[in-house]
Design a protein around this ligand. Structure first.
Ligand code: NCD
Length: 306
């Protein structure tokens, strides 16, 4: 694998190999990448993705150069093209992780980057490394990857994490339950359902869409409930009202006793703070920490397969 630009590049075997390597690094020791430089180029806001990539590289002894806030602080602001940006970054390090709001940027990266590049978020398109860490978390929390029932809730239209996660869930044959949020925005009169675009559900056999009320009645069957926020910055017009499944103590009580609650964060109102400390809520500490091991495994694989 040279780049990781789309989750579609991964089959079941590659995915399991990455998860196994992440587990090995979690147990320790970790490899030594002290001769490597990661270029971290983020043209959209990020807390967890950027910092976990950088922490992962530091933990392997490598070095990091960063353009955080690159839409304002890099020459993109002066109108520099992605082509010229990739050509430039390629001269400074061994590997790039990038985030940008144009869902098509990975195509330019593939064409123009001279060094490997990892997609750290492409607009409302994909977020492959988040999907890998989500799957790793699911495996650790539930003890398996087969025969899972997974509910994805919230903004399934603009939310890139669920777009990538669906591909991995399909590889492992999970039963999928979709609970899209609905928004009403001032400029777009009627209510819009933020449903999963069909392109991501291609060939997915077991998919069912539920309303929030129907979803509550199925919580007792779920091994995983994955909540997402409404991507306010991508929805057209000012949102005046939203309708979505909100997860609080009541919903936690309805969840299958072995079920786990995940969220890529940041959260909006979809998860109440009252469930943060619940043993089945994995989003605050375990899911976040898993991102470091997954990103170590990915960077090791990509750099050593050069
Ligand atoms: C997500 C992202 O940036 O897509 N966050 C993350 O990377 N952990 C989710 C989001 O912004 O809603």
């Amino acid at each position: 694998m040279q780049h990781l630009l789309s989750i579609q590049q991964l089959n079941k075997e590659d995915t399991l190999a990455i998860l196994e390597e992440a587990a090995a690094f979690e147990r320790g020791p970790v490899p030594n990448l002290s001769d490597k430089i990661l270029i971290s180029f983020f043209a959209e806001p990020s807390t967890r993705t950027r910092l976990s990539f950088e922490a992962a590289m530091h933990r392997m002894g490598g070095r990091v150069v960063t353009a955080a806030d690159a839409s304002a602080s890099s020459s993109l602001k002066k109108g520099e093209t992605l082509k010229d940006t990739f050509r430039t970054l390629s001269q400074y390090g061994d590997l790039i992780v990038m985030r940008h709001d144009d869902p098509e940027w990975p195509k330019a990266a593939e064409k123009y980057s001279r060094i490997p590049i990892i997609n750290g978020g492409s607009g409302s398109g994909e977020h492959p490394t988040q999907a890998l860490l989500d799957l790793y978390t699911i495996k650790k929390e539930t003890g398996r990857l087969d025969d899972l029932s997974v509910m994805l809730c919230g903004d399934l239209f603009y939310g890139r994490t669920v777009h990538s996660l669906v591909h991995l869930l399909k590889l492992f044959g999970a039963k999928l339950f979709l609970v899209p949020a609905a928004v009403k925005s001032a400029s777009h009169g009627p209510t819009t359902q933020l449903v999963m675009p069909m392109q991501y559900l291609h060939n997915y056999e077991h998919v069912k869409q539920l309303t929030p009320a129907e979803a509550r009645l199925r919580l007792h069957e779920m091994d995983v409930v994955y909540m997402t926020r409404i991507q306010n910055e991508r929805v057209c017009g000012n949102i005046v009202s939203t309708e979505m499944l909100e997860f609080g103590q009541q919903e936690m009580d309805l969840l299958k006793p072995t079920g786990v609650l995940l969220h890529p964060l940041p959260r909006g109102k979809e998860i109440a703070e009252e469930v943060d400390e619940h043993p089945r809520a994995a989003y605050h500490e375990r899911q976040i920490k898993n991102g470091v091991y997954i990103r170590m495994a990915l960077m090791r694989r990509i750099l050593e397969e050069q």
